[in-house]
Design a protein around this ligand. Structure first.
Ligand code: ZN
Ligand code: ZN
Ligand code: FE
Length: 741
C-alpha cells in the first residue's frame, strides 16, 4: 500500500533519523529524534496514512540511541515478508485517473496506468515476497523513466511492482473471433464503436475476461444470452459514473459509498422506472447489479458515452471465467465477435464481487475481487487449517493465528474445470500466504467434490463439519462470538446428521457442537436434485403433504400448467419414496409456494423461483397464515397450515403480491415466536442468522427487526456471504474447536 514510502516521507518531514522495514511482526520503524518531533510523527502516522492502509495496532518501545540522522527504507528479506499481508486488487486511484485524462501527461490514455496506491495485486502474484519478479510484470523491462520513478522513495510509483508506460509496459490489441488482428491505431476506440454497433466483445480485465455488450441494445443482450446459454440470470452493468447509474437505478448514500469504494463491487440497486436499459438485462427482478469502472481500460472504453455496458463473466455458464488469452479464444470465440486483450498475464482468476446494502450494513452475495485476500480477524488464535467449503458458490479458507483468509469465489464444484480451479487455488493460496495446513475441514456430504478432495489427502488430521453448523459458526466468527447462541440456518440444502436434506433449522450452537431444536417438517423431494430445477415437483410434494389425494380437486395454476401424467409420476414417486429424499429446507418451501402460485415451474438459475416470489411481495395490511409446531425436544414446524392458507387465497382470487407478502409475514412471526419459545427453555437471547435464504432482503430486514423488538441480540453476516460462499470460514472455526486447538 506504499506504507514504507509514506513512513519515509513523514520521517523526513520532521527531520527524524532511523529506518523502516517489514518484519515478521508487521512494519517496524526505528526513530531517533527529539521527543516533540517523534510525537508529531506518531500523530501523522494515524492521520496522514495512505488511503488503503489499515493500521491494526501500534506498539512503541525504547531503543538505544546511536546517533542516526538520516532515515532510510531497509530492504525486505524473503523470510520476513512471508507473513505480511498481500493486497487485494485495487481500483485505479484518483491521481492516476487525473493523469489518464491529462493530455500533457506521459501516460495520457495509457490503459495500464497504476501506482503504489492502485492497480492489480492478488491476481498477478505468483509467489512471495511481493516483488516484480514474482508477478506477471516480470516480462516487462521498465524504461529509464519508469525505473527512476520506481527507485525514488519520494515518488508515488516507488516500488509499484506493476509500474509501466506505453513504451515499456503491457499493451492492448483487438482481434476478431477468428484470431485475426483488427488494424487500428486506437483499439479501445474501435472496440467502443463495435459495441455501439451491437457486437459482443470479450474484454480482458484484472481477474478474468468479461463479455460486454451495449446494455441499451435489446438484440445484443439477447444474442449474448443465447450464445452464453444464460437464459434469465441477471447480467451485471458497468457505467462511467454515479450520474450514469442514476439514470436507471436508485442510488442511496450507502450504495454510493459501496460503488465508489476501492473494491468496486457490483452493487444491487433498485431499478428506476422508466429506465433506458434493456429489459433483458434483469428480467422479473427489482434490482440491477451495477458497478463503476475499476481499471484504466474500463474508463477509456466507457468514456465513449455509454449509459452502461453489460459486463458479465467471460465463460460458458457455470464454468470458471477465462483468464488466459489462448483459453479465451478457445472457449469464447463462439460467444464473442471481437476480443480486446492485453499481454499482462492473470495468474489467478477472481470474479467481480457482489454486494448490497441492506438493514444498515453491507451484505455480500459474492466476496471476491477487491476483498480477497484481505483476512478476517478472529477472536481466537487458530492452528493452520484448510477448510474446503461447500459444493455451490465454493470458497476455501486458510487460517493463520487470528486470521482467516477466504479465497475468491471459486463457483459451483459441478464440473472438472471448476474442480481444477479449486485445487489450484488451494495450492496458490498456501504458497503466497505461506500456510501449511495441519487440519482439514470438510462437509458431511459424501458426494461433494470438496469432500472427495479432503478424503484423498493423506497425513493430515480431518474434521467433518455439518453444513448448518458451519453456517452459524461462520456468522458467529465474523461477529467475534463464542456461543452458545440460537442459530437460524435458513437455507437451500445441507446434508443433515440423519442423511436428510436440511435447510429450515433452528439450532443451539457453539463452536464445538450443535443441537437441533426445531426444523420444518420433512417432505419428500421427488427426483432429488431435479426438484431444485423443477419447483413444480416441490409444489406437488407440499400439496400431497397438506391435502393428501384430495389435492387434485384444487383450483391451482400448477395443476393446469403441468400435464396430468407428469403429476401422476410425482405422486407415485412420493408415495413409494423412490428417489425422494426427505427435506426440511426453507428454500424448497419458497420454491414450492412459488410454483403452486404459478410464478415459476422451472428455473434457469439457482433460487430463481424463490427470488421471483420475493420480487412480487407487497407489504399491505396483510395478516399471517396459520402456523404451528409440535411440542417436544425437537420441534417440527408444520408446513401444512401455511400451504393451506396460500391455496385458499389462490382459490379466492387474492392478488399474488399480497399472498407473497402474507407468506413472508408468516415466516417472520413464526421464527420470532420459535426463538421466544427456545429462549424460554434455554435462557439464550443471542440469535445468529445464516444460510442462503437470508439473501432475501424482506426476510433479513424483517427478522432482524422482529427479533430486536422481542429483545433478542441479533447477529448477521456483514463480512462474508450468508450463502455457501461463507461456509469455509465456519468449517475452519469448528475444526479448530473440535481438534481442541
Ligand atoms: Zn494510482
Ligand atoms: Zn516506461
Ligand atoms: Fe448452505
Amino acid at each position: 500500500m506504499g506504507f514504507r514510502p509514506f513512513v519515509y516521507r513523514l520521517a523526513r518531514e520532521y527531520g527524524i533519523g532511523g529506518e523502516v522495514a517489514n518484519t515478521s511482526s508487521g512494519v517496524t520503524i526505528l526513530l531517533e529524534g527529539c521527543e516533540k518531533d517523534i510525537e508529531s510523527f506518531e500523530r501523522g502516522l494515524n492521520e496522514k496514512a495512505p488511503p488503503l492502509a489499515r493500521i491494526t495496532k501500534v506498539s512503541a518501545y525504547p531503543e538505544t540511541v546511536t546517533g542516526r540522522s538520516i532515515f532510510s527504507i531497509t530492504q525486505s528479506r524473503g523470510y520476513v515478508e512471508k507473513s505480511t499481508l498481500i493486497s487485494p486488487d485495487v481500483c485505479i486511484c484518483s491521481d492516476c485517473l487525473d493523469e489518464l485524462f491529462e493530455p500533457s501527461d506521459r501516460r495520457y490514455h495509457y490503459p495500464f496506468i497504476n501506482c503504489t496506491n492502485c492497480g492489480p495485486r492478488y491476481t498477478i502474484i505468483d509467489d512471495i515476497p511481493y516483488d516484480r519478479p514474482h508477478t506477471s510484470m516480470k516480462v516487462f523491462r521498465m524504461c529509464r523513466e519508469c525505473q527512476s520513478e520506481y527507485d525514488d522513495p519520494g515518488n508515488r510509483r516507488f516500488h509499484a511492482q506493476p509500474n509501466g508506460c506505453a513504451e515499456c509496459g503491457p499493451r492492448v490489441t483487438l482481434f476478431d473471433n477468428t484470431g485475426k488482428s483488427v488494424i487500428t491505431n486506437d483499439p479501445i476506440q474501435k472496440a467502443a464503436l463495435l459495441l455501439r454497433e451491437g457486437y459482443i466483445l470479450a474484454i480482458k480485465g484484472i481477474g478474468g475476461f468479461h463479455l460486454a455488450v451495449d446494455a441499451e441494445n435489446d438484440q445484443a443482450v439477447l444474442r449474448l444470452r443465447k450464445r452464453k446459454h444464460r437464459e434469465e440470470k441477471p447480467l451485471a452493468l458497468m457505467s462511467y459514473a454515479i450520474s450514469h447509474i442514476g439514470k436507471y437505478a436508485i442510488v442511496g448514500e450507502a450504495d454510493e459509498a459501496l460503488l465508489t469504494s476501492s473494491q468496486r463491487p457490483i452493487v444491487l440497486l433498485e431499478k428506476k422506472r422508466p429506465h433506458p436499459i434493456s429489459e433483458e438485462v434483469a428480467p422479473r427482478n427489482k434490482y440491477f447489479g451495477a458497478m463503476l469502472p475499476y481499471t484504466p481500460l474500463h474508463y477509456l472504453l466507457l468514456h465513449f458515452g455509454f449509459t452502461a455496458l453489460v459486463m458479465t463473466s467471460g465463460n460458458m455458464s457455470e464454468e470458471p471465467i477465462a483468464i488466459d488469452n489462448d483459453d479465451a479464444f478457445l472457449r469464447l470465440s463462439r460467444i464473442a465477435d471481437y476480443f480486446l486483450i492485453h499481454d499482462r498475464d492473470i495468474y489467478l482468476r477472481s470474479d467481480d464481487s457482489i454486494v448490497r446494502s441492506s438493514a444498515g450494513a453491507t451484505r455480500f452475495s459474492r466476496r471476491s475481487r477487491g476483498y480477497v485476500p484481505t483476512p478476517l480477524f478472529l477472536k481466537q488464535k487458530m492452528p493452520p487449517i484448510l477448510a474446503c467449503g461447500a459444493e455451490l458458490k465454493n470458497t476455501i479458507c486458510l487460517t493463520r493465528e487470528n486470521k482467516a483468509f477466504l479465497s475468491q469465489h471459486i463457483g459451483d464444484l459441478e464440473n472438472m474445470e471448476a474442480y481444477d480451479f479449486f485445487c489450484s487455488t488451494i495450492e496458490h493460496m498456501k504458497r503466497i500466504l505461506h500456510i501449511e495446513p495441519e487440519i482439514l475441514a470438510y462437509d458431511f456430504h459424501p458426494d461433494y467434490l470438496s469432500t472427495r478432495y479432503a478424503l484423498e489427502q493423506e497425513d493430515i488430521a480431518k474434521v467433518q463439519v455439518q453444513h448448518h453448523h458451519a453456517h452459524i459458526v461462520s456468522c458467529m466468527a465474523e461477529n467475534l462470538l463464542d456461543g452458545p447462541v440460537i442459530g437460524l440456518s435458513l437455507d437451500g440444502t445441507g446434508y443433515g446428521s440423519d442423511g436428510a436434506v436440511w435447510g429450515g433449522e433452528v439450532l443451539l450452537v457453539d463452536r464445538h457442537r450443535f443441537t437441533r431444536k426445531a426444523h420444518l417438517n420433512y417432505v419428500p423431494m421427488p427426483g432429488g436434485a431435479a426438484a431444485i430445477k423443477e419447483p413444480w415437483r416441490m409444489a406437488i410434494s407440499y400439496l400431497v403433504d397438506a391435502f393428501g389425494d384430495g389435492f387434485r380437486d384444487l383450483d391451482l395454476p400448477v395443476l393446469s400448467q403441468i400435464e396430468d401424467h407428469k403429476i401422476n409420476v410425482m405422486v407415485e414417486m412420493i408415495s413409494r419414496r423412490v428417489n425422494s429424499p426427505d427435506t426440511s429446507s426453507l428454500g424448497r418451501l419458497f420454491d414450492g409456494v412459488s410454483a403452486l402460485m404459478g410464478i415459476r415451474n422451472h428455473v434457469y438459475y439457482e433460487g430463481q423461483a424463490a427470488i421471483e416470489l420475493e420480487m412480487i411481495a407487497e407489504n399491505g395490511r396483510e395478516k399471517p397464515y396459520d402456523y404451528e409446531w409440535t411440542r417436544g425436544n425437537v420441534r417440527k414446524i408444520l408446513t401444512g397450515p401455511i400451504i393451506s392458507g396460500v391455496v385458499h387465497d389462490m382459490e379466492t382470487g387474492v392478488d399474488p403480491s399480497l399472498i407473497s407478502g402474507r407468506f413472508h409475514l408468516t415466516l417472520l412471526r413464526l421464527f420470532r415466536e420459535l426463538c421466544e419459545d427456545i429462549r424460554a427453555e434455554t435462557g439464550l437471547s443471542r440469535v445468529a442468522l445464516s444460510g442462503g435464504v437470508f439473501q432475501n432482503a424482506i426476510l433479513l430486514t424483517g427478522l432482524i427487526h422482529a427479533l430486536e423488538q422481542s429483545n433478542f441480540q441479533v447477529f448477521s453476516h456483514k463480512q462474508v456471504p450468508t450463502n455457501d460462499g461463507g461456509i469455509s470460514l465456519g468449517q475452519a472455526v469448528v475444526a479448530a474447536a473440535v481438534a481442541g486447538k
